[in-house]
Each structure stands twice: as C-alpha cells, then as structure tokens.
Design a protein around this ligand. Sequence first.
Ligand code: SF4
Length: 316
Amino acid sequence: MKTFTYERANTPAQAAAAAARTPGAMFIAGGTNLLDLMKLQIEKPAHLIDVNHLGLDKVESTPEGGLRLGALVRNTDLATHVDVRRDYGVLSRALLAGASGQLRNMATTAGNLLQRTRCPYFYDTNQPCNKREPGSGCSAIGGFSRHHAVIGGSEACIATHPSDMAVALRVLDASVETIKPDGSARVIPIADFYRAPGSTPHLETFLEQGELITAVTLPKPVGGTQIYRKVRDRASYAFALVSVAAVVQPDGTGCVAMGGVAHKPWRDERADQQMTLGARAVSDTLFTGATPTQENAFKVVLAQRTIAAVMAEGRN
Ligand code: SF4
C-alpha cells in the first residue's frame, strides 16, 4: 500500500472543501471496497478524509412523506430499519442480498453507491483495463465476459455495476443529495447519477471533484408487492448474474429495474408500461439494443425468466 496522509472531517462542508483543495484526496467511510483497492494499488489516494463522524447516520422522515437516508447509515441498519422494512421492502431485500453480514455492518449508503466494478481484469494489475488505466485497453472484450454487461457498454468497457442497493433505489426513484466544495447543495435523481462508460470508463458518476454525498432520499411509499430477486452462481456472497427489483401493484402494473446487466442499475420507464403485457414485452423493451458477448448472451434469456418469476410472485 502506498503511504497517505489522513484527516478527520468535522462537517460535510469541511470534508468537501478539503477534498477539493488536496490533490489525490479521497473520502473514506466504511472502507469495505476502498481499502481492498488501496492494498492492490488500484486506488492510490495521497490523502484520506475520514467522513465517519459527520452525523450523517440517521434515517428520517421527509416533509413529502418519504425517507431521508443519511449517507453514513450502515447497510445493516438500513436493511433492518422499521420504516424501510414496512414501506420499502425492495430496498431491505436488496441490501440483505448483498455481500456478507460483516461487510453490511461496515458498508454505508454512499459507499454502496460508489463501489467499483468487480470485473476481474480491473483487479488484475497485470492486465489492460481502461477503467483502471485509461487508454490501456479492455481485457474483458474478447476475454472472460460471463459476468459483464449486455447493454449500455462501449468499445472501451463492458463492466457491470455491482450494487444491489442501487437497483432497488432506481426502481424506487430515489435521489442523491450532495454538498459541493463551495458549500452549495444539489439533488441528483438516481437515474442521472451514473455516467455511461463511453470512452472514459474511469469516470463513473457525475459527482464533481470534492463533491460529497450527504443523503439519499426516497419519495413517499408506493405500496404494492416489492420484490428483489438475485440470480447468482452461489447462494450467498456473490455478485448478481442478473437481478430484478420490482414493485408490482395488484392490477399488474408496476415498475422494474435490473442489476448485473449494465454499468448502472438498468431501467427503462417504457418497459414499465408493458408490465400488464407480460415478461417478454418488458424484457424486450429493457434489452432493446443489447449487445451481449458469446459468453454472456444467456443473461438476456435469464433476465426475461427472472422478470417472469417476479411478476408472477407479485400478482400472488
Ligand atoms: Fe476494465 Fe471495464 Fe474492460 Fe473490465 S470491462 S477490463 S473494468 S475496461
């Protein structure tokens, strides 16, 4: 691991300002992904800003009838929060489908959104990877790509986003609250939070240098049957081949988002309009323009079947 300097921030504004003025600075909270990346020298921050003591660890009601999830709420606490379990079951289920109990005890809401891909070439510093080393090439294209994206990728990168939580947040129409180094705040709909890989896959979100996530807000509950189904190679502690987050209303309407298929939680509101027509219609709309590799073409079929299972469960 490379040496680095460390400071503990006392306020969100102070943390953001420090990150903007210090070259090579990064925030650290739970550290469940960042520390691994530092040990492998994939991330080499010159300075770490500890944001664990900013008081952003509360789940609160909003005046609009929704919930405000502090950026530092641990995944375990969020998954088991009484309001989340009652009104946003898809979020609780997605969180519990991720990682392990120990990791969920440390991982935070903001860190979960910002975790890096688990593409094996990203972690192998002997292999070209445009996300780790811009311009070096993509080893997954033409290589081992069973776990990679089938839609939304580019000629530079076909990595998937690993978060389960983000898929549930996408189907719930969550928003991300931030503070910038100049002290101003902004709200980013989760639909607009992640960048397409394009020719710059090392840039994954639209956050600016030093911009700190302070919370995630959920609109008021939409009811319905809320389901998160994750299909993976083993029953626990594995990333999704495909996952489906769904809200299904008694009349069969609803909405669907998918994980494991793209660089971000994958949702197309036009597919939601097909919910009463069946899983094939939903899937065909979601995967219009898909460009799977030979190794991961099965994901498109698996996604359709998983959507069908979720829709059937939602109607029962
Ligand atoms: Fe790197 Fe993306 Fe290619 Fe994986 S898919 S090797 S993360 S550029």
